[in-house]
Write a protein that binds this ligand. Structure first.
Ligand SMILES: [Mg+2]
Length: 394
């Protein structure tokens, strides 16, 4: 498959965009609130004019998008410009090597990983567009372009109304936020389950809000409930024996992964058998290059691979293509809160019907950002060009 992935010409131009879209209602989680919806996307172009799009996770802290954009502009893009990559994976590997000491010195591996993931996605999209194939075809064998999708980010007040709206948009599985205290959590779960129709399913997400005693007590109460999974009941850095103890007491599968940030942490998670669902976020760590290997290991361990995602349309489509390539019975996370950057950065946005999202067979991600429609939300733009983008100038 490598011959399909050759980028074969030097990267000569990068465009970095940050958008912040205002929202009527803040997005609340148990750990923080988003008062607008940010997105950081990147367009890489090679010397033949071929191009690809990437996106970085940048939801938190409030300056996260601009910070990661500056990391791209000042650290990563100068390293990428002028380089020719024989395979898209080579870009991420080179960036990781280039920033190894910086990660330690600056003690911010997270933002650097997110900026690197953005470059990685853009290189894969470029390679797929150049090969004139959908991204999922060059990523893997499964080639399943019809994906189960679920509506995520549902919170009080108005859980029943939000589920009803998401159902009308085509979703049949829903995920409700908890982690706001015992009484509110039981109310949210009750409201979510009560709103379901036959054949529909509900998952819940505690966003790392509980300690072990709280989680054990909640799981005892929830064990008889027909929940699809319980996400991040503990903080991601709690000892494995806590996770195993919780898993042993839970009849409901536990889920985590959006805050795992290394091959080792995913491998330890698989070996622990504490989880039924693993949720890597390819815009947060690893890009497509690392997360496709993690996805294969999750499936080989007979667990469910469900990509985590909360951001703009480019990262969402990259997540969809990786799920399509990986196969399995996982579901694509689609945030159902209003966010113009989800649809406008990924046109034409794939339709969802009867719980299924269908990817087109257009090359690469199969979508384009509508940069005219989102121009009012743009807060940062930088174009960077290679000064030596001559063929073979490695
Ligand atoms: Mg989550």
């Amino acid at each position: 498959m490598v011959h399909h992935c050759v980028t074969s010409a030097p990267i000569c131009k990068a465009e970095i965009y940050v958008f912040r879209a205002p929202v009527a209602a803040p997005i609340r989680t148990s750990f923080g609130t988003m008062h607008d919806r940010p997105a950081l996307i990147l367009r890489l172009e090679d010397a033949t004019g071929a191009y690809g799009w990437g996106e970085a996770w940048c939801n938190f802290p409030v300056c996260g998008a601009e910070h990661r954009a500056r990391l791209l502009e000042s650290v990563l893009i100068p390293h990428v410009l002028g380089k020719t990559y024989a395979h898209p994976e080579h870009g991420l590997a080179a960036i990781v090597r280039h920033t190894e000491v910086l990660r330690l010195q600056a003690d911010e591996p997270g933002p650097l990983s997110q900026a690197a993931a953005c470059v990685d996605i853009a290189l894969w999209d470029l390679a797929a567009r150049k090969a004139d194939k959908p991204l999922h075809v060059i990523l893997g064998q499964a080639g399943n372009s019809s994906l189960s999708a679920y509506a995520s980010g549902i919170n009080h007040p108005g859980i029943a109304e939000t589920i009803s709206r998401a159902r009308n948009e085509g979703y049949r599985t829903f995920k409700v936020k908890i982690g706001f205290g015992d009484t509110q959590d039981m109310q949210n779960i009750h409201d979510g389950l009560d709103a379901l129709r036959e054949g529909e399913r509900l998952a819940v997400d505690a966003n790392q809000a509980w300690d072990l005693p709280t989680a054990l007590a909640m799981i005892e109460k929830l064990n008889a409930s027909p929940l699809l999974w319980i996400e991040e009941p503990l903080r991601c850095d709690r000892p494995w024996d806590e996770w195993k103890r919780l898993a042993a007491s839970s009849r409901i599968p536990l889920a985590a992964g959006e805050n795992m940030r290394s091959r080792e942490s995913f491998e330890t998670a698989l070996v622990s058998r504490a989880f039924g669902v693993i949720q890597p976020d390819l815009c947060k760590w690893g890009g497509l290059s690392e997360c496709r290997k993690i996805a294969a290991k999750i499936l080989a361990a007979k667990l469910r691979y469900c990509p985590h995602y909360l951001g703009g349309g480019i990262g969402l489509l990259a997540s969809a293509h990786l799920l399509a390539a990986a196969g399995g019975d996982g579901l694509l996370e689609v945030d159902c809160n209003p966010n113009p950057l989800r649809e406008l950065l990924a046109q034409p946005f794939p339709a969802v019907a009867n719980g299924t999202l269908n990817l087109s067979d257009a090359p690469g991600l199969g979508v384009e950002p509508d940069l005219i429609a989102v121009k009012d939300f743009m807060t940062f733009y930088k174009e960077c060009r290679s000064s030596s983008a001559l063929p073979g100038s490695n």
